[in-house]
Design a protein. Structure first.
Length: 76
């Protein structure tokens, strides 16, 4: 996760946040489903909905297809 902060009258204010989801163990055949879910997840996320009117939140996806094991996500 990366946040962009601006000085607003001497106060640091978070204006933008970018979250990169890293998924391991996802097969290429699952990519379409993962991208579809990423497209609407913010509307179901309590944090994203709480801040959406004041902070711009963007997301991206990184898939590590060669890693075996459980699906994990990280906001980094």
């Amino acid at each position: 996760m990366v946040g962009e902060v601006e000085n607003d009258g001497g106060v640091l204010v978070v204006r933008r946040i970018h979250v990169t989801y890293t998924l391991s163990g996802v097969q290429e055949t699952q990519r379409e489903t993962v991208e579809r879910v990423l497209g609407f997840h913010a509307d179901k996320c309590p944090v994203a909905r709480s801040i959406r009117d004041s902070i711009s939140v963007t997301t991206s996806l990184r898939i590590n297809p060669d890693t075996q094991g459980a699906h994990t996500h990280q906001g980094s």
